[in-house]
Design a protein. Structure first.
Length: 279
């Protein structure tokens, strides 16, 4: 299943050379799933396309290790980042591995909050974004609408709200896909799908070379939201308009990591897209 790992194709993260080092689930995750250097450039480009000016402040909801926030402040000297997450473990990891690599000046432009994304008092930003389908944890329409309302409240004038989404016919049945990386394999496992509720259970497994497969390193109990539903709920929450950015394909028919604004998509077994809400 290609949805979760297609976006990282152009990322530059590299595994450390020490094969005997302690198992590091967050390092494996970012190398398999994320591409912060690419993502922050995409966010900046989309804002400039839609608003005809440059953004400064980005808020990363469900920030986890907040690698994206760190890359945002590295991209431009006037960039400021705010990360929001309830889980102390990934935040602590991010402080040790990503925040620590910033200059003192860059560190002064990053604010990390151990808080709920539904908190109405969160700081405002030009861009509020939720990556890696994290808002799929909201299973009821009213819950998702409440989150979108709070995201809208957290936007400055001319702000944009950016979320990613995935789907396709392959998402309607259990399946598992292995992707090989240098020194390890990444497994994206859809364990179940309920067509009555659109709820699905996903897992991420890893297998390092010469070791046994580590099962269920990450677990996701989600509702599968569609692009039309997300756009409709954004409008219900008060956004003035929405836009969809669809991923292109390479010569092998796989995702190429390049996203362009579209009005129509493609009938694919698996796809990834971004949905943008305009304040």
């Amino acid at each position: 299943m290609l949805q979760v790992n297609t976006k990282q194709k152009t990322g530059k993260s590299k595994m450390k050379k020490n094969k005997d080092k302690e198992f590091d689930k967050y390092e494996l995750y970012i190398n398999s799933v994320q591409s912060p250097e690419t993502d922050v450039k995409f966010l900046r480009r989309v804002y400039k396309e839609l608003r005809d000016k440059k953004p400064e402040t980005m808020r990363e909801d469900f920030c986890g290790t907040f690698a994206l926030s760190c890359e945002w402040v590295k991209l431009k000297k006037d960039h400021k980042a705010i990360g929001v997450d309830l889980d102390e473990e990934p935040i602590s990891y991010g402080k040790e591995h990503y925040f620590s690599q910033l200059t003192d000046e860059q560190k002064g432009r990053v604010e990390i909050l151990t808080a709920n994304v539904l908190d109405p008092k969160l700081p405002k930003a030009d861009i509020v974004q939720a990556q890696n389908f994290s808002y799929f944890i909201f299973k009821k329409r009213e819950e998702l609408r409440d989150y979108y309302k709070n995201a809208l409240k957290g936007l400055k004038s001319d702000g944009i709200f950016v979320v990613d989404c995935f789907g396709g016919s392959q998402c309607f049945e259990p399946n598992e896909e292995e992707t090989e990386h240098k020194g390890y394999s990444y497994f994206w496992d859809q364990d179940s799908f309920d067509p009555v509720t659109n709820e699905a259970q996903f897992y991420i497994h890893f297998k390092r070379k010469g070791e046994k497969k580590r099962e269920k390193v990450f677990s996701y109990d989600w509702r599968m939201w569609s692009i039309p539903e997300v756009r409709e709920i954004m409008l219900e929450a008060g956004f003035k308009d929405t836009a969809v950015y669809w991923e292109g394909t390479d010569e092998d028919g796989e995702g190429d990591g390049e996203f362009t604004r579209v009005t129509k998509g493609e009938d694919c077994e698996s796809w990834v897209a971004y949905i943008v809400g305009l304040k």
